[in-house]
Design a protein. Structure first.
Lengths: 315, 200
């Protein structure tokens, strides 16, 4: 090992105690015979200690501490309500709507067309910076962004979740045709409206769901709303420790894949769009599209999707 | 606030109090570490507060994903870094930020003028205003190097844990630490020089 090799390959790991035994022996040998590198090692350790002192761990402010305790208490309080009551709460408006035949199944979102129009205007109005041309806005993606932003703060499911039971209690999951858990259904009431997939199907939308459970996500819930043209749209919110994914699924016969896809996976294409990562999928039939949107890096979304593919449309 | 409570509420409904207790015992002792890292990443107290609270709540919601016996601080910092990256990755970086290469080049160019004889361990060790200088030098580093040094030197995670927190390969952690220290050293020498010139 010469000095150059020691400095570039071993010094940092040596100072941090991260070398494997063999490498460490080599590094020890080199510094014991080389005063220059020995000085470098001493300096690296001194620098390490200085950074630790200079950027030390500080105490959390008392008001933040109490804010966090309050938030944890609130989470506990909300969790304390029995899940059956929660489920019933979710059923209530849905059942009421279902009994009134068909159209009221769908909740109307606030002025969607306006939202898209404003977003497009805003995008056009922004002066273009530098030499890179701003790609034309994609209305479907603009919709996805505005919904993502809204749902991050306020997501109220309006269709019931699917309940399963496992050893630790009830768990809501969206695992279709998999059976390590026993599905909880109220048999007496088991009409067409007791789970998310059926809710989507009954709104004439595709009923397959991404199973992100293996990738560490759970489904927070689903919504069925109505687009300004009267077509239904399904929203599903997935949450994991790494972040959220919102899925949108709707009928869109005119959409073509925008240029600029970073990657393709069968009928899915992946984009980075205005700071978001997006997965766009075309259903092979029926002119339905699905958009997954997240703030996580697009590489992670690709990993998660490859892992989760629900329906084989990328196969 | 995401309306997800019915999920984890359902997961362990019978043991909510135990769960809270376990969380208080395992995770909350690391609150100061999380807050300090948030402060270093966000670099302003308001954002650090929000980031800390979001991290703790998210960790609580997904506490069943934590494997007991592993490093809880590293797990919390992974959540923190994800939240930070997801929230700050875009939007805030509207201005064309200089790349790490440009930044590193800039530091190197400036330090090239520095008197090379000043770069020695004694000069570093003898500094009496280390804290402030370290702070300045650390903040001047490109984010990727600053983050690596914060997690290794301040939070005392091992390279493997840092690789998970930052979601980069192990070799990348090593090279960022190595390069980060080299840049720190140059930045500190530059600060020394500036101080010499202004007589402070
Ligand atoms: Zn040497």
């Amino acid at each position: 090992m010469d000095c150059r090799e020691y400095i570039s390959e071993y010094l940092a790991g040596h100072a941090d105690g991260e070398l494997a035994p063999l490498a460490r022996r080599g590094a020890d040998e080199h510094v014991s015979g080389c005063p220059i590198c020995r000085a470098q090692l001493i300096e690296a350790r001194a620098l390490k200690a200085m950074v630790r002192q200079g950027a030390a761990i500080v105490k959390t402010p008392a008001d933040l501490k109490s804010r966090i305790r309050g938030a944890l208490d609130e989470a506990d309080r909300r969790a304390a309500a029995p899940w059956t009551a929660r489920l019933a709460e979710l059923f209530a408006p849905f059942r009421a709507a279902a009994s009134r035949v068909r159209e009221p199944l769908i909740w109307a979102p606030a002025g969607l067309a306006a939202v898209i129009a404003i977003a497009i205007l805003a995008a056009i109005a922004v002066p273009r910076r530098g030499l890179i041309a701003t790609p034309p806005p994609v209305p479907e993606f603009e919709l996805a962004i505005s919904r993502f932003q809204q749902f991050q703060h306020d997501f109220v499911p309006n269709v019931p979740a699917e309940a399963y039971e496992n050893q630790t209690g009830a768990v809501y999951a969206w695992v279709i045709n998999r059976d390590p858990v026993h599905r909880v259904t109220d048999e007496a009431d088991s009409d067409a409206f007791n789970d998310l997939a059926r809710s989507y199907r009954s709104a004439n939308l595709p009923d397959d769901l991404f199973d992100f459970a293996q990738a560490g996500y759970t489904i927070t819930g689903g919504r069925v709303d109505q687009l300004p043209d009267g077509q239904p749209i399904a929203y599903t919110l997935y949450e994991g420790a790494a972040g959220e994914i919102v899925s949108l699924c709707f009928y869109d016969p005119t959409m073509a894949a925008p240029i600029g896809a970073l990657n393709w996976l069968g009928l899915r294409s992946f984009y980075e769009y205005k700071g978001y990562s997006i997965c766009l999928s075309f259903y092979p039939t029926g002119h339905f599209i699905s958009i997954l949107i997240t703030r996580m890096p697009v590489t992670q979304l690709m990993r998660d999707v490859a892992f989760a593919d629900p329906s084989g449309i990328s196969r | 606030m995401l309306c997800s409570s019915f999920l984890h509420m359902a997961r362990k409904s019978g043991t909510a109090a135990d769960r809270r207790l376990a969380f208080e015992r395992e995770a909350l002792p690391h609150l100061d570490a999380v807050y300090s890292a948030a402060l270093r990443l966000a670099r302003n107290p308001d954002d650090a507060n929000d980031l800390t609270q979001e991290t703790i709540l998210r960790a609580y919601r997904f506490f069943d994903q934590f494997s007991p016996g592993t490093n809880c601080r590293a797990w919390l910092l992974t959540i923190l870094y994800n939240s930070f990256r997801n929230a700050w990755r875009r939007g805030e970086r509207e201005q064309p930020a200089s790349t790490s290469e440009e930044f590193a080049g800039e530091i190197e160019a400036q330090s090239r003028d520095a008197d090379q004889s000043r770069i020695n361990p004694e000069a570093l060790l003898l500094s009496r205003t280390a804290g402030r200088r370290i702070e300045l030098a650390l903040n001047a580093l490109p984010a990727e190097f600053r983050e690596a040094l914060i997690f290794v030197d301040v939070q005392e995670l091992n390279y493997q844990e840092v690789a998970i927190v930052l979601d980069v390969p192990l070799g990348t952690v090593k090279s960022r630490v190595s390069r980060g220290r080299a840049l720190m050293r140059k930045a500190l020498c530059r600060l020394d020089q500036a101080r010499g010139k202004t007589g402070t």
